[in-house]
Design a protein around this ligand. Structure first.
Ligand SMILES: Cc1cc2nc3c(=O)[nH]c(=O)nc-3n(C[C@H](O)[C@H](O)[C@H](O)COP(=O)(O)OP(=O)(O)OC[C@H]3O[C@@H](n4cnc5c(N)ncnc54)[C@H](O)[C@@H]3O)c2cc1C
Length: 456
């Protein structure tokens, strides 16, 4: 194949050494190789590449940092151009008066967080991958994080999106104001669309003032169901914590083996609970939470200062890499269930693990019912891996039986494509496909992700 270095003045490569760097993400989906990778520097460059792709019958795959867990940015077709946003990373503006931030899509979430912190603001959506993942990727996956229980997810902070449609037109969806009721809210359609409808080139976000104070509690339970029961109890006591994270005994053990952080050993479950607001109020709330947990057999310790708090969060965020010390591969599902069904689902997961002989490690954002279920299975042992994979459907059946959803954060991409119809029924599925066809009649944008488009 002829090597290319530029398309219409935009930097591009078709060198194998470059292409393999964009062939994977953080999912279990097999790697692929695109036709080329392009590094646009601005929206005009994106327009050029999208128009070129349409003319040449090539496909577009937008890519942030490749931390996606569903295969959304994997080149599943050889006729695709990866659009990588490494050269569009500017924080364009932080508007203190209107409490907004304008960023390019390649901006890393954690960089914006740190910049805002200096100025007394914060941007709530905080995926555990925040030091790597991009805000463009966060928009496309509607990313959430531990703070979602109180502050919501990415969708709740997007005021305006500039995007390039599959026909190469540049559109602005939404606006600078907090309120707006003028026609359909089309920007919402792009949020969580996994790059299948348009390429996001500029983002206007709502930001918040930093809370006055934070209290961080670590609660140890010797009974996993008691920990699960504590979650709805805390919420129904009219306290909405800023985070309410859950780790099961095997997650704790694996963190301590990988990178000892002083998490208590020999416990069945931990809750990491954070409260924010005015000091006096959250002290009272903390006392109430401690008492609720004590009634259920939980013992609480309070992080003494910012350093102690950071250490706990570092431990929490190290789970994903730590798991690879248990087995070389993990199948990570991010189911979400109504909060009061957490204990039922946790014991269901334990039963599935015992029946199959496959280790399942669970942790996650228990406050909003979002449990990360990690099926630990070695890909090199074919029988073990297929036993592990067979659990996916069973876990989804369990989830759907209690009114849950098969993905709370990561999306469908390629990884969950075989399962989407377990949740989305025929008529709703057709509606999604019709919308995709209307916006992208040539099926240029990230085809084959979320669902396979029917032939017309
Ligand atoms: C250790 C770890 C922890 C994680 N924790 C969380 C968590 O707590 N919460 C959570 O929600 N997720 C989490 N994730 C998943 C992942 O970080 C998020 O899905 C994130 O939003 C992906 O961002 P990215 O920049 O890496 O995007 P990528 O993986 O590169 O892409 C993801 C999707 O976005 C699309 N896309 C990227 N940029 C654009 C653009 N500019 N325009 C249109 N489409 C675009 C891609 O085509 C793809 O479909 C975690 C992942 C890891 C590895």
């Amino acid at each position: 194949m002829k090597k290319i270095t530029h398309i219409l003045g935009v930097e591009v490569s078709s060198e194998y050494e470059d292409l393999i760097c964009y062939g994977f993400d953080s999912s279990i989906v097999d790697e692929g190789l695109p036709h080329a990778v392009a590094w646009p520097k601005n929206a005009e460059d994106v327009v050029k590449i999208v128009k070129y792709a349409a003319q040449q019958d090539l496909k577009i795959i937008p890519r942030g940092a490749g931390t996606g867990m569903a295969g959304g940015s994997i080149p599943n077709r050889e006729d695709s151009i990866i659009l990588s946003f490494e050269k569009m990373r500017k924080i364009i503006d932080i508007d203190a008066d209107n409490m907004t931030a304008t960023v390019e899509p390649g901006t890393v979430n954690g960089r914006l967080q740190r910049e805002l912190e200096h100025q007394g603001f914060f941007y709530p959506p905080d995926p555990a991958s925040l030091n790597v993942c991009t805000l463009g990727g966060n928009i496309a996956t509607n990313a959430g994080g531990p703070r979602a229980i109180k502050y919501g997810v990415t969708r709740d902070y997007v005021l305006q999106l500039e995007a390039v449609l599959p026909d190469g037109s540049l559109v602005n969806l939404g606006g600078r104001t907090c309120k707006r009721v003028v026609g359909y809210d089309l920007k919402q359609l792009l949020i969580g669309a996994e790059g299948t409808l348009a390429v996001v080139t500029k983002i206007l976000l709502k930001i918040l003032p930093q809370p006055e104070d934070i209290v961080t509690l670590l609660v140890r339970f010797s009974d996993i169901e008691a920990a699960g029961n504590a979650v709805p109890r805390i919420i129904t006591s009219r306290i909405i914590p800023r985070t309410l994270e859950f780790l099961d005994g095997s997650a704790i053990k694996v963190i301590e083996q990988y990178k000892p952080t002083g998490l208590p050993s020999g416990v069945e479950a931990l809750l990491l609970i954070e409260l924010d607001g005015h000091s006096a109020t959250i002290q009272k709330e903390a006392e109430k939470v401690i008492s609720i947990c004590r009634d259920l057999g939980g013992e609480t310790s309070v992080a003494a200062d910012k350093l102690a708090r950071e250490k706990l969060w570092e431990a929490r965020r190290s789970i994903s890499p730590a798991l690879y010390h248990l087995k070389p591969n993990k199948i990570n599902e991010d189911i979400v269930v109504p909060r009061d069904k957490i204990p039922f689902v946790l014991s269901g997961l334990r039963r599935l693990s015992e029946e199959s002989g496959i280790i399942i490690v669970s942790f996650g954002h228990a406050g909003d019912g979002n449990i990360h279920v990690n099926i630990m299975a070695d890909k090199n042992i074919a029988e073990e891996y297929s036993r592990g994979k067979a659990l996916i459907k069973k876990i989804f059946e369990l989830t759907l039986s209690v009114g849950g959803s098969i993905s709370g954060e990561h999306g469908i991409g390629l990884a969950k494509l075989p399962y989407i119809e377990m949740e989305i029924k025929e008529r709703e599925m057709k509606l999604m496909k019709d919308i995709k066809r209307l916006i992208d009649p040539q099926n240029i944008m990230n085809p084959g992700k979320i669902f396979i488009q029917d032939r017309t």
